[in-house]
Design a protein around this ligand. Structure first.
Ligand code: SF4
Length: 215
């Protein structure tokens, strides 16, 4: 199977089976999504969704979050991984949003990456989810699944994987393709033992062909 055929198969499969894939983070506006994505680093969306209602109740806008006391915010997010760092990041992020961006979440990757706690992956998530921009956020699931299927070849870094993926996925599908891969990695192509027998991508998957020796 050529790379073009492999991409074609994967895109057709997900277009049919998960046309409306979306983030599992619960949010109402770009501010809430940004906070949730920052909290989700090294943490499950489920855990983040258990935490954010209390956070958004106490800090309904970025202006209120910018005035948060460290101890109060830490107390709300303490069950999430790296609560100290994330408390500092959220406070710094909220302050910069207020001081530099008038309290609005900017929608360019370059501007977002200026915010404390916001790297390329987070910036790609925000711009693709809020604005359907053709930016591919590569997290651990996307990185693993893309490599196993053979959508990426010898990508050593998330950035290298991102570049390979956006080169082959039609621009108008990139925002949703991120969710296809992340959800597939979360529920089917899981890290330790991928559930290949129930996976609809077997025919096109390099890992499957190599490990199961079916062809
Ligand atoms: S066949 Fe297996 S390794 Fe390939 S994508 Fe599916 S679950 Fe992952």
């Amino acid at each position: 199977m050529t790379k073009k055929e492999r991409y074609g198969f994967v895109i057709s499969y997900f277009s049919e089976h998960a046309p409306n894939a979306e983030t599992e983070l619960v949010y109402d506006n770009p501010y809430q999504l940004l906070v949730a994505v920052v909290l989700s680093a090294q943490c499950t969306d489920k855990r983040v969704n258990m935490t954010t209602p209390a956070l958004f109740a106490k800090y309904p806008t970025v202006f209120q979050l910018a005035k948060a006391e460290y101890e109060d915010l830490f107390d709300i997010i303490k069950s999430i991984s790296y609560p100290g760092n994330k408390t500092r990041h959220l406070m710094g992020m909220a302050n910069m949003l207020v001081e530099k961006f008038g309290g609005e979440v900017p929608l360019t990757v370059e501007e977002l990456m200026q915010l404390p706690g916001v790297g390329r992956k987070t910036a790609n998530v925000i711009t693709s989810v809020v604005d359907n921009q053709p930016n591919m956020a590569v997290d651990t699931h996307v990185f693993r699944v893309a490599a196993r299927i053979g959508l990426t070849n010898n990508a050593k870094t998330p950035l290298a994987a991102e570049m390979q993926l956006i080169k082959h996925i039609p621009k108008e599908l990139i925002y949703v393709a991120h969710h296809w891969l992340i959800l597939h990695g979360r529920y089917i192509c899981v890290a330790r033992t991928p559930k290949c027998e129930e996976c609809g991508l077997k025919i096109a998957c390099k890992y499957y062909h190599f490990h199961k020796e079916i062809i």
